[in-house]
Every structure is written in structure tokens, then in C-alpha cells.
Design a protein around this ligand. Sequence first.
Ligand SMILES: Nc1ncnc2c1ncn2[C@@H]1O[C@H](COP(=O)(O)OP(=O)(O)O)[C@@H](O)[C@H]1O
Ligand SMILES: CC(=O)OP(=O)(O)O
Ligand SMILES: [Mg+2]
Length: 408
Amino acid sequence: MTATATRVLVLNSGSSSVKYQLLDMHDGSRLAVGLVERIGEETSRLTHTALTGGGAGKRERTGPIADHEAALKAVAEELSADGLGLDSPELAAIGHRVVHGGLRFTEPTVVDDEVLAEVERLVPVAPLHNPANITGIRTARALRPDLPQVAVFDTAFHTTMPESAARYAIDVETADAHRIRRYGFHGTSHAYVSRETARLLGKAPEDVNVIVLHLGNGASASAVRGGRCVDTSMGLTPLEGLVMGTRSGDIDPAVTFHLQRVAGMSTDEIDVLLNKKSGLVGLCGDNDMREIRRRIDEGDERAQLAFDVYIHRLKKYIGAYYAVLGRVDAIAFTAGVGENAAPVREAAVAGLEELGLALDSALNDERSDDARLISAPYARVAVAVVPTDEELEIARQAFTLVSENSLD
Ligand SMILES: Nc1ncnc2c1ncn2[C@@H]1O[C@H](COP(=O)(O)OP(=O)(O)O)[C@@H](O)[C@H]1O
Ligand SMILES: CC(=O)OP(=O)(O)O
Ligand SMILES: [Mg+2]
């Protein structure tokens, strides 16, 4: 790495999308951001925004993008068109979100063939996510074989969980033989948001206990004591825990035996049911909280039921993590729903005054992109909205790693 190479391209490859950002770690500024959606469909769309130089502005491409490899090549072209191409000597690294890092990856890691093989071995426990991450790494490496490709794992932040939280109460030999345990996900977001929450309170992360509620399409809660995760709601896979856009979250495992034995469903069919046809979409047909709120306003009972189940589960996790932490300084709402849906925040905290929780409804209803407090002045526990920034966090971790390596 040369001293002038301070840029990091971050790729967050999802099952049918790629989010990307080009950042300059010299000052943390964004040079370009974008999103490729509906990969594999006829109606794919690439939205690219350059935030610097002559090319500044937003562009859109529509039309079929067959797979993640084609998506990344299209992203590389868009960046080149703005003079920000992957051939730039200013690029220090490409940072990749990798969802499942198993037990081994507790830190950001420079990817080589052996690391890639290990990430591939974890595909069965993150079937929606790891394959896309792997394609992202392979394609980026083919475009710039000389650059470090850094994997930043969703599971890493949760490796501090004590055994009491990480273990399932099943036969230990079976669990260990198959590495069945609770790993947790969205860790980059939980790490970033818990730190930003401490900052908002004017305290050091070591001095605060925070419950982070990451409510996006996938959703998870975590209990963070003094900057370290002590429990989180997702488990072996990103299916456990909260009600999500299309995932059931917690469920009696016997439901799956029942569906096999009584309903005659195959394992794959049940997998699709619980991961893609459950959660909000299963309960009411919609997974977008904006649409659900609109339907509720029109008196739609299914939408109301979906909302109520979602909130009930969320409340249970707030209570559970309150008990796990003993003392809570703040609850932080983040991701698409957490940052934008005031009714969700209001309903999640309603009735918890005895726990020291109360919202200021005017602050809760205010729209803002900044981290902010929304609790009532008399509340013992701060409630905050803290926009997450997984891409910035990935870029920071990747840049720190390559900078350290270049000093060796
Ligand atoms: N203004 C809004 N009001 C309510 N919900 C919103 C709003 N904007 C986004 N969302 C919710 O956020 C979800 C997407 O969250 P996001 O964190 O981007 O998810 P992911 O990263 O998992 O794709 C949408 O499905 C929608 O439910
Ligand atoms: C792990 C996970 O659920 O990620 P996402 O929310 O991006 O689907
Ligand atoms: Mg997300």
C-alpha cells in the first residue's frame, strides 16, 4: 500500500442486491454510493451517485443484470465513468461484508484462497447471504488481484457472548460435532450503533450498557455491556429472534417436525417458508413497514395483527435484555424500520415506564438523519435513534487492518 492510498471500496452483497460505497479514509468522506437491486430479474436497477468531482450526481441503469458478477462489473463501470475506477492507485483495499464467519473469524481478515474456502464451508448456515459475499470477493479479486480484499464478518462482534448465551440447551457432543451454537449477526451494525449511542450520551463505550434494536428487513437485538456484546437475538443462522420482513424469528422447533410429518413438507420447503414467506410478509402479505402502517390507517386487520406480533416480540426482547444487563443506560433504534418508523418505536416502549422508559412523542415524530435522543426528560433510560452505517464501519476496519499490515 502506498502512503497516498487512502480509499476503500465497500461491498455489501445481499441475496439479490449489492450496496456499495467508495470512501476516503483520510477524512471518512464518501466519494460514491450506490445500489444494485433485483439481481437476476428482468427489472434489475443500478442507482449510482457520485459525490465528488465533475461527475457528481445520480445515474440510474435499468434492465437485466444476471448475477452478482455482472452486478459488480456494472458497478466498476459506473465508478470508472466518474474517474473513480477500480484501477485507481488511491485504492487501499476492498472491504466486504461477510455474514457468517463461524467460530474462526473474530476479526477483519485479508482474504486468501484458504479463507475463501472456510467462508464457503459456512454456506449451509447462511444460505441467503454467504454465497453472494463469496461472489463479491471473487469478482473484486479478479478485477484487482493486487489489492487486499478484506472480509468484515457480521458474526465477529458477537464472539464475546458468554457460553451461557451462546449455547443451545441440546446435547453437547452433537452441538460441538456440528458447531451448532448461537453466532449472532448484524454485528458491524451493533458495534457501530452501540459506540455511537455512547457518544450521544457523552460517555465512553466502556461505561454504558445499551440495548441495540437493528430493525431492517432482517432484524436483531443485542445486549451490549461496556462495549462488548453479551447476548443477541439471532442464532446459528439469521432466522432466530425478532419477527422480520420475511423471516419468522423465534418459533417452537417442533413446528418444523409437524410440517414434515403432518403437512408433508420437505426440509427445503420449510426453509423457504420460514425464511422467505414468514414474518411480516407471512402475517399480512407485505414486508414494508410503510405499507403496513398505511393499511393500518385504513383499518386493515391483517396489517394490524402483523404489527402487533412484531411489537410483542420486540417488547419481549427489550425486557429480556434489560434483565440480562441489569442496568440499562440506553435503548437504540436503528436500520430502515428503527430509524424511520416512529409508530414502531412508540409501541415498543409503550407501557414500560416502570423500567424507566418513556418517549417524548414530539421528538419521536421528528424526522432527521442524525443520531438523536427521543426519550422524555424525566426518563431514567435514554431512548435514541442512531442511524447505522455498516459501510463506514467496514471501511474503517478494513483500512485499519491494511494500514497495520503495511507497517509490518
Ligand atoms: N420511512 C419508513 N417508514 C417505515 N419503514 C421504513 C421506512 N423506510 C424504510 N423502512 C423499512 O425499512 C426496511 C428496510 O430496512 P434496511 O435496513 O434498509 O434493510 P436491509 O438492509 O435488510 O435491506 C423496509 O423494508 C421498510 O420496512
Ligand atoms: C444477517 C442478516 O439478516 O442480514 P440482512 O438484514 O442484510 O438480511
Ligand atoms: Mg441491512
